[in-house]
Ligand binder design. Structure first.
Ligand code: SAM
Length: 219
């Protein structure tokens, strides 16, 4: 469906119908999509595709994630409203904007300085005030603000960075795509006093998580 011929409020309802048909059932997540203008998170030239269920390029060889994957990861976080969240891979800021609508504070880290700055300004202009930004290597986490109730990694890791496991709170949950550079499984880690358990919920393709505890920049 080409959004060019549809108003955003109609295009987003079609997207929501599509997400429902793929298994997204948390009404709060679907409502957050309704309130988040995805067409403002992509270049003007791509706005006609903003409500299709596809990842889109945002420069720097990275993408805004596919809406279904954003919705799935958000649903899997099972947010209750008071959590402190760490996101690795700010990118366009769309995932952070969704999370910010039903939690206390989102801390987000992006490795590309220019992209991080553009996104920070955009989210401020859109009146998101409970997102804290950092430019740097997210594979090291953000020790000053740890522990986090939820950690969401939006780039594909070779393995789970140890710093992130350590910075996850007891009773916390981390969602991370892990595997090869070309494809990953979406892994959910739950931390309790007894230890950490893992389950995989499907296959995904993310741009690589590049950093000290991720992939190297040049293969
Ligand atoms: N959450 C983003 C969104 O809503 O648009 C998705 C962004 S994209 C799929 C993944 C992002 O992770 C890219 O912007 C990339 O630059 C960033 N990234 C990769 N490795 C990183 C690292 N070690 N630390 C922080 N950001 C990283």
């Amino acid at each position: 469906m080409n959004y060019a011929r549809l108003k955003p409020e109609i295009a987003v309802e079609r997207l929501i119908k599509n997400l429902r048909s793929k298994g997204i059932s948390d009404e709060r997540v679907l409502d957050a999509f309704r309130k988040t203008p995805r067409h403002l998170f992509v270049d003007a030239a791509l706005q006609s595709q903003a409500y299709d269920d596809n990842a889109l390029p945002i420069g720097f060889s990275v993408t805004i994630s596919q809406p279904y994957v954003v919705a799935l990861m958000t649903q899997l976080l099972e947010l209750q409203g008071g959590e402190k969240i760490l996101e690795i891979g700010t990118g366009s800021g769309f995932q952070a904007a969704i999370l910010a609508q039903f939690t206390r504070r989102v801390y987000t880290i992006e490795r590309h300085r220019e992209l991080a700055e553009v996104t920070r300004k955009k989210l401020r202009a859109l009146n998101y005030y409970n997102i804290t930004f950092k430019t740097g290597d997210g594979t090291k986490g953000w020790p000053q603000h740890a522990p986090f109730d939820r950690i969401i990694v939006t780039a594909g890791a070779p393995t789970v960075p140890q710093a992130l496991s350590q910075q996850l709170a007891v009773d916390g949950r981390m969602i991370i795509p892990a595997g090869s550079r070309a494809s990953q499984t979406l892994d959910v880690f739950d931390k309790t006093e007894q230890g950490i358990s893992k389950r995989s919920v499907g296959n995904v393709v993310f741009v690589p998580l590049i950093g000290e505890n991720g992939w190297q920049e040049n293969r």
